[in-house]
Design a protein around this ligand. Structure first.
Ligand code: DGL
Length: 279
């Protein structure tokens, strides 16, 4: 791996494109390989064992592409399978979502009350609650967690601005509202698309976007390792991104554009069953 090697990014589907968007914002000169396991999404309601197995396959695929960094652009994988990914990666550095967002939440909170929302698997793992407490090393902070399983399908159905999203948000956030949190970690790739609504339901609460803070960490890490790509002309240029998916569902291009903010070329489809046989 060298400075010109691509950054590998993977997610259970296209939600990780919100993370890729942030990566491009902070690391515009890099090239990327993005893998979305669209055939098996969602991961958020699957068991840890299955998520680890899928994460292993996604990581092996990216490593074969010669990436210089693996970004686990999925909170669920980051919560339950980061060790699996790190083990496979060896010398290739890995950035997950939990630590950068936990650090950002600790920087943001004034009253020491932090909320975390995520998929069922992320919340059940307690990765954020434990991660935040770990970083604090004994200080006083309270973490209030809430799983929000309906948010992912609501966003994927294009209903982020629909009444249904508001009803779900009010239902999920009622308890969090009563806790007087001043900071809320958006512990899922899809939730940045609900930011406006979440800010309306929880006014005066700072929202922490895990994709944004992990991208800053990716920039720092590559700079420390002297692995940044050289600056080049990027204005009006297409970003060098190779897209891979395990299925191309209907609505794929619409959704991808919504998550990423610009249109993408047709992705290449890979079949993990074939990949396993040949790998
Ligand atoms: N990408 C997942 C996450 O950030 C959400 C979608 C899923 O459940 O797979 O947790």
């Amino acid at each position: 791996m060298n400075n010109n090697s691509p950054i590998g990014v993977f997610d259970s589907g296209i939600g990780g494109l919100t993370v890729l968007k942030q990566l491009i914002r902070f690391l515009p000169y890099e090239s990327y390989v993005y893998l979305g396991d669209t055939a098996r999404v969602p991961y958020g309601n699957k068991s840890d064992t299955i998520v680890k197995e899928y994460a292993q396959q996604c990581t092996e695929f990216l490593l074969q592409k010669g990436v210089k960094l693996v970004v686990v652009a999925c909170n669920t994988v980051s919560a339950v399978a980061l060790d699996t990914v790190r083990e496979l990666c060896g010398d290739v550095p890995v950035i997950g979502m939990i630590k950068p967002a936990s650090e950002a939440a600790l920087r943001s909170t004034i009253n020491g009350k932090i909320g975390v929302i995520g998929t069922r698997a992320t919340i059940h793992s307690e990765a954020y609650a434990l991660g935040i407490k770990d970083l604090l090393g004994g200080g006083e902070v309270e973490v209030f967690s809430q799983e929000c399983p309906l948010f992912v399908p609501i966003v994927e159905e294009g209903m982020a601005n629909h009444q249904i999203a508001r009803l779900a948000a009010e239902e999920y956030l009622t308890k969090l509202k009563q806790t007087n949190i001043d900071t809320l970690v958006l512990g899922c790739t899809h939730y940045p698309l609900l930011s406006r609504l979440l800010s309306e339901v929880l006014p005066d609460v700072i929202l922490v976007d895990s994709g944004e803070h992990s991208s800053v960490d990716a920039l720092r890490l590559l700079a420390e390792m002297n692995l940044l790509a050289a600056p080049r002309e990027v204005f009006m240029q297409k970003h060098p991104i190779e897209f891979f998916v395990t299925d191309v569902p209907s609505q794929f291009f619409d959704l991808a554009q919504k998550f990423l903010g610009f249109a993408i070329d047709s992705p290449k489809t890979i079949d993990f069953r074939e990949f396993a046989k040949n790998g």
